[in-house]
Design a protein around this ligand. Structure first.
Ligand code: GDP
Ligand code: ZN
Length: 330
């Protein structure tokens, strides 16, 4: 006689990733640890990421459930895979907002520009949190906030936050209303875990003291989890994300450098490289002092990195014998 086990197919969302085993919160609130169905992972390496909506087979007789299907994503946070550089890595899916955490006292313009490109590429709303504001002198704070606002432009919100100033945390919380998910990015030590804890109103994420020499905090955890925040939505900290290489970021560059792109639209030649062509509106703006030459240099560096990545990915696809997927923008 065969034993009878019941098994059911249920919907859920990936709320934590722990060594590749997604923890899924089912629609009925139950939490199940999952593995991927073999059909899902053979050939193309398709893995569920934080925020993925999944269909899960839950069976009475197994310790782990099985992810049978990953539902189509509304958006993704992508970067170039630091290990396999001709491939993309998805860090999170189905979120509404990207919060870019950046220390107010150590504003790094190049890094902020890159973070903004990646954030905008997702299509989500972008909020820059200028963190650890208490560590900046008044002059420095005013100067850096102004600089950050100019870099962000109309494309996103900017909030100055400090763990010692509760209203600043409330301002940030107002960007993550109920039912929405925000992804928190920024280099290690900028105060992301502290922000998650403050937003959650509880110690959910371990922080470590800043090392004297380089001012970097270090993580005691590399779990990525969706954390509910008091009276609001959810936030995902992405610890351990070091490399932030661009991946197919045409739209992100366009959004993060809207000022440069608007001028380029006025150039005489559509394919103007803003080098020595006649009728170049971008160079005219630099000469007139309305566009900073460093801003233009940043734009050109990121466009080049994006083009190089695109070419390398196409080449890798060609070698693998597949047809390249069409670029999202011409
Ligand atoms: P993460 O690596 O981005 O998650 O950064 P952490 O949240 O671990 O913070 C790194 C260090 O900065 C820790 O020692 C925190 O206590 C400290 N820190 C975080 N927020 C603030 C703040 O608003 N002001 C000051 N002075 N220190 C902060
Ligand atoms: Zn031009």
């Amino acid at each position: 006689m065969s034993q009878h086990f019941s098994s059911s197919s249920e919907r859920g969302i990936v709320v934590q990733l722990d060594r590749g085993f997604p923890l899924v919160r089912l629609d009925d609130g139950r939490m199940v640890r999952c593995k991927h169905a073999t059909a899902l992972v053979k050939g193309e390496k398709i893995r569920a990421v934080i925020g993925d909506k999944v269909s899960v087979d839950v069976s009475d007789n197994a310790d782990v459930a099985q992810i049978a299907e990953i539902l189509p994503r509304s958006n993704e946070f992508l970067r170039r895979d630091p290990a396999e550089r001709s491939q993309a890595q998805v860090l999170a899916a189905n979120f509404d907002t990207v919060i870019v955490a950046h220390p107010l006292a150590e504003l790094n313009v190049r890094r902020l520009e890159r973070e903004l490109v990646l954030a905008h590429e997702t299509g989500a709303r972008v909020v820059v949190a200028l963190t650890k504001a208490d560590l900046a002198s008044d002059d420095q704070a005013a100067q850096n906030e102004d600089l950050a606002r100019r870099i962000v432009g109309e494309s996103g919100a900017v909030e100055v936050v400090s763990e010692a100033v509760p209203p600043s945390i409330e301002l940030l919380r107002s960007h993550v209303p109920a039912e929405t998910i925000a992804v928190l990015i920024g280099r290690s030590g900028v105060g992301k875990s502290s922000l998650v804890n403050l937003l959650a109103g509880a110690q959910v994420q371990a922080t470590t003291p800043v090392r004297e020499a380089d001012g970097k905090g270090r993580h005691t955890t590399v779990n990525r989890a969706i954390v509910p925040i008091g009276g609001g939505g959810f936030v995902v900290d992405m610890p351990g994300v070091r490399g932030m290489g661009l991946w197919e970021s045409d739209a992100g560059i366009e959004a993060a450098f809207a000022d440069v792109v608007a001028r380029a639209a006025e150039c005489k030649f559509r394919d103007c490289t803003h080098a020595d062509e006649p009728g170049c509106a971008v160079r005219a703006a630099v000469e007139a002092g309305t566009l900073h030459s460093e801003r233009l240099a940043s734009y050109q560096r990121l466009v080049k990195e994006n083009d190089d990545q695109h070419a390398a990915a196409e080449e890798a696809q060609r070698i693998r014998g597949r047809t390249g997927h069409p670029r999202r923008r011409a």
